[in-house]
Write a protein that binds this ligand. Structure first.
Ligand code: ADE
Length: 237
């Protein structure tokens, strides 16, 4: 008998000035579980380890003047050359507020890939030549500015970890998440059934599976129409 088994495994290399920022998000919950199960490998690379000068400097003043510092191309190129000499990367992603807005569709697509690099920017960003010659995709996690790409890279990594088959059990399948079918999730309740007169909807206590499924779909539709009507039509809101 032939047993076809697909072995899912994703490797994410993160290039950052602040590797310590990931210790919280990656040491807990789903990401931790994905790593422990051997389904996800995360490698943090401190950009300062790839500098050539004795001051270990990674940034410099912008040509033409202006406020802020710019990450230099050399340490980034050195780090990327090193990584690319060891394996093929599907995407080299730069986290930046002027990138493509991240959503579940992009997450689903990225989760099918094997090797990713996430480059975290800082200060005024990276030398434009990095973006022109090394970066294959630019991602923004929202229309606001955070202090660097680290938190954005953690968000992207978390969203991918939960999509790797085998990371989340059937009982909490990522396929039932909000956004997966362009619908928001229905409301959920747990014990007690009556909290100081605030009651759980009767239908959920009825044990009638078909009726409960219908009620949940109805609630999902209602919620989506009320809160995020553009989601169903795939319109950017
Ligand atoms: N770096 C700074 N702000 C960002 C954002 N909104 N998304 C991704 N990277 C960022």
């Amino acid at each position: 008998m032939h047993v076809f088994s697909y072995f899912y495994h994703m490797r994410i290399d993160i290039i950052t000035l602040f590797p310590g920022m990931f210790s919280g998000p990656f040491d807990q919950s789903i990401v931790k579980r994905a790593v422990e199960k051997g389904l996800l490998e995360i490698h943090l690379h401190d950009l300062r380890d790839y500098t050539a000068d004795k001051y270990r400097s990674v940034d410099d003043y912008p040509y033409g003047g202006g406020a802020g510092m710019v990450l230099m191309i050399e340490p980034i190129a050195k780090c990327l050359d090193h990584l690319k000499s060891e394996r093929l990367y599907d995407e080299v992603i730069y986290l930046t507020p002027d990138g493509q807005l991240y959503d579940q569709k992009v997450a689903n697509h990225l989760s099918t890939l094997q090797n990713l690099v996430l480059l975290c920017g800082h200060y005024k960003g990276v030398d434009e030549r990095v973006r022109e010659h090394f970066i294959t995709r630019e991602i923004s996690i929202g229309n606001y500015v955070i202090s660097g790409g680290e938190l954005a890279a953690a968000v992207v990594t978390d969203s991918l970890a939960r999509l790797i088959p085998g990371v989340i059990g059937d009982e909490t399948s990522a396929l039932s998440d909000s956004f997966q079918d362009d619908l928001l999730s229905p409301p959920v309740y747990t014990r007690p059934a009556n909290y100081k007169g605030w009651k759980v909807p009767e239908i959920l206590l009825s044990g009638h599976e078909q009726k409960i499924r219908e009620w949940r779909l109805e609630q999902s539709l209602k919620r989506t129409i009320e809160r995020r009507p553009g989601l169903m039509e795939n319109i950017d809101e």
